[in-house]
Design a binder for this molecule. Structure first.
Ligand code: 5GP
Ligand code: MN
Length: 338
């Protein structure tokens, strides 16, 4: 990390710190934010985690969740005040400010130092200090590196370790994705040695579905899965009405995109869903096909080579058409790993 000493000097006196992360925080975004928050509080800083949108209930077990300020467009004063009063802003698990919209307005106009801890490609230069490594399996890995760089590894307690472990567990697909390095396993082992309950964390994150959520998954697999063998591609397109039928709650669609990739021979999957005022698309791939490039070029998005997303302000039908119309030009790339 460049200019570490300068940052260390700043952190030597108590600061008012805001930590923020990307929209619809996942276990890595929230776990990294809360893990870092709990560490910085131990160092006598005043810390407020401010997130741009709500997040799934399966993350509510994390220590510090109840103090998170969830930005709400009908109630902007509190988040605006938190940013206005901050001496420093930490940005976690995103590499371009608009991933934290609408909080990007405060990030872009900030006059105070911004610290970026992130592992996404396509970074823009908005931070004062950066610990950015797209090779890292999770931002949580970088939070641990950051704490170690500051010489405070001994301050990582069970609560901090549990939140960070959740980020590493989910971003590596429970330690199965190709970026799961020996280092990741060593970090996980170090966290386990602090006495965290990894089986419990796994269950809290993955096995606490509502009946509606599981039935929605069944519906997607039975009724909505489309398979295009010519392109080694599969996708789902889900309307807002269908979400309503299953009493959709934040987090209920998470992970469904991965099921399509579990079909033998499928190299790319997409989950296209109608949200308020936009259509959100999650992409996953297996092997060389770069879904982050695909998402960036055609769906205002980005992410990692094998896991990316984007959003477009057109109808669900138009989004599906755009997706399908693009496939012929990618036919060769999609079949490259056959
Ligand atoms: P998910 O499909 O789980 O929402 O996101 C998968 C990956 O793609 C994550 O790393 C996430 O940060 C990235 N991603 C998802 N949506 C967007 C988006 O709208 N813009 C960008 N730049 N990245 C996204
Ligand atoms: Mn992440």
């Amino acid at each position: 990390m460049e200019r570490l000493e300068e940052l260390q000097k700043l952190l030597n006196t108590p600061q008012k710190i805001v930590i923020t992360c990307h929209q619809k925080p996942d276990a890595d975004a929230l776990g990294s934010s809360l893990g870092l928050a709990n560490y910085l509080k131990k160092k006598n800083h005043t810390v407020q985690v401010v997130v741009p949108t709500d997040y799934p209930e399966f993350l509510f077990w994390m220590s510090g969740h109840s103090e998170v300020l969830i930005h709400n467009p009908h109630r902007v004063a509190r988040s605006k005040k938190a940013f206005a009063e901050a001496d420093m802003i930490f940005c976690l698990d995103f590499s371009v400010p608009n991933r934290a919209a609408p909080l990007d307005e405060y990030i872009n106009s900030a006059k105070v130092p911004i610290v970026l801890l992130d592992h996404h490609h396509g970074k823009t230069d908005f931070a004062t200090f950066e610990l950015w490594n797209p090779q890292a399996a999770a931002t949580a890995e970088l939070v641990i590196e950051f704490i170690e760089l500051l010489g405070d590894k001994n301050l990582i307690d069970r609560d901090i370790a549990s939140a960070l472990y959740a980020g590493i567990m989910t971003d590596t697909g429970s330690f199965k994705h190709s970026g799961t390095s020996p280092r990741v396993h060593r970090i996980a082992a170090d966290l386990m040695e602090l006495g965290i309950d990894t089986a419990r964390i796994h269950r809290d994150v993955y096995d606490t579905s509502s009946p509606d959520r599981l039935r929605f998954l069944g519906y997607c697999l039975q009724e909505k899965l489309q398979i295009l063998p010519q392109y080694q591609t599969a996708y789902f397109a889900i309307s807002a009405e269908e979400l309503r039928q299953f009493n959709h709650k934040t987090g209920d669609t998470e992970g469904i995109v991965n099921y399509a990739l579990s079909i033998e021979g499928i190299r790319m999957s997409a989950f296209i869903v109608e949200r308020k005022g936009c259509v959100k698309i999650s992409f996953r791939s297996f092997g060389s096909f770069p879904v982050n490039e695909f998402a960036r070029l055609h769906f205002n998005g980005g992410g990692h080579r094998n896991a990316a997303g984007g959003r477009v302000e057109i109808s669900l039908e138009e989004s599906v058409k755009r997706f399908l119309d693009l496939l012929p030009q990618y036919e060769e790339a999609l079949n490259a790993d056959a």
